[in-house]
Design a protein around this ligand. Structure first.
Ligand code: GGG
Length: 357
């Protein structure tokens, strides 16, 4: 196929809050990359969101996954809005997509970029460069549990974590394979097997088995509490960090906060077997406190777009976007979370112009 004929079908879900402000900036940059590198994006936009839930009682239509299945990738903004309980919006949209398309590997890179301002004294770019590999389909995010005797003195609530052998092995193996592509070749496991006495020792067992299958990779493991402390005090210790669904979610907010701003952190929800579309979204949520002001940092969304292009085989375009992000972070306009005054569109335009060069 000639370069000019490459078309990628993208399902776009801006979602809620600042998702609607950063997704257009992501698309602006992706389109600039397409013009330069010879591909087009055939985008189909869906208004699935809390707004839709408030109007219709559902975050997305019943055939939502069938529609998304037509796409090569999904580009999502953010989900959640006051007035809709967070578990309703999450379980009405994000989680059905992650599970329905078996996107079991949630990849969340965390890098101290040139120009980003880490709250840690004495850290320079290169000191923080790790990837959180979060299990994305089971674990603590389970639908197993319930509430009984609601509203009475005997009221009780349970929720069971689910750790399957297949689920643990495939995400831990993914982390080891990823580490083998990186110079340091190290995997750290997040556990809590002193307090959580069934699932976490099992996670540790599966991690030890995977380590035997990958003798060229260094390993260590920490309980999640001290691991959080080490993220702050010794971020340079980490290369690939593999974690359950909840622990991975926490670590992948903490990591970018340590590296300067959650606003720049990208994520990829990957179906590694490529049987289904993968989904790309920033780590941050819908941020109702700043929504509608045009001041949200679009870089997490734009960087997520770069991860999407990499997944679609557009590696040169992906690299050009990351390089443009680095340049703008160092010399270009900045949003308020990074100490500047620029709006989302100004930052998006600056990155798109560099990508187009
Ligand atoms: N862009 C990501 C987003 O909107 N996240 C909302 C959220 O609450 N996510 C929880 C999760 O990723 O499990």
């Amino acid at each position: 196929m000639s370069a000019a004929l490459r078309t990628h079908r993208i399902a776009v879900i801006p979602g809620d809050g600042i998702g609607r402000e950063v997704v257009p900036e992501g698309l602006r940059v992706l389109e600039a990359a397409g013009r330069r590198f010879g591909f087009t994006l055939a985008c189909t936009e869906y208004d699935w969101s809390c707004d839709r839930y408030l109007k219709t009682g559902a975050m997305m239509p019943e055939d939502g996954l069938d529609r998304l299945a037509e796409a090569d990738a999904i580009f999502l903004g953010a989900v959640g809005w006051p007035g809709v309980p967070d578990h309703v919006s999450l379980w009405g949209l994000l989680i059905p997509i992650r599970r329905g398309f078996d996107q079991y590997a949630n990849i969340r890179p965390c890098r101290l970029m040139p120009g980003a301002r880490t709250p840690l004294a004495g850290r320079a770019p290169g000191d923080i460069d790790f990837i959180v590999v979060r299990e994305n389909t089971e674990g603590e995010y389970s639908s197993s549990g319930g509430r009984m005797f609601a509203g009475t003195e005997r009221e009780f609530v349970t929720q069971q974590s689910v750790f399957t052998r297949i689920g643990c092995d495939r995400i831990i193996d993914y982390a080891f394979r990823l580490a083998m592509t990186r110079p340091r070749r190290k995997v750290t496991s997040a556990t809590k097997s002193n307090g959580i006495t069934f699932t976490m020792p099992y996670w540790d067992e599966r991690f030890a088995e995977a380590a035997k299958r990958h003798p060229g990779v260094a390993t260590d493991q920490f309980h999640i509490d001290i691991l959080c402390a080490h993220f702050v005090q010794h971020p340079d210790w980490f290369d690939v960090v593999v974690a359950s669904n909840l622990f991975g979610d926490i670590l992948s907010d903490l990591g970018p906060a340590v590296a300067g701003s959650i606003g720049i952190a990208p994520s990829a929800n990957i179906n590694p077997e490529r049987k289904h579309p993968s989904m790309f979204e920033p780590v941050h949520g819908s941020a109702p406190d700043i929504a509608g002001k045009g001041i949200a940092n679009p870089i997490g969304q734009i960087w997520s777009g770069a991860l999407m292009l990499e997944h679609l085989g557009e590696t040169a375009a992906a690299a050009a976007i990351v390089s443009a992000i680095e340049t703008v972070l160092e010399h270009g306009p900045r949003t308020r979370d990074l100490g500047g005054q620029a709006g989302s569109a100004e930052v998006g335009r600056a990155i798109a112009e560099l990508v187009a060069e």
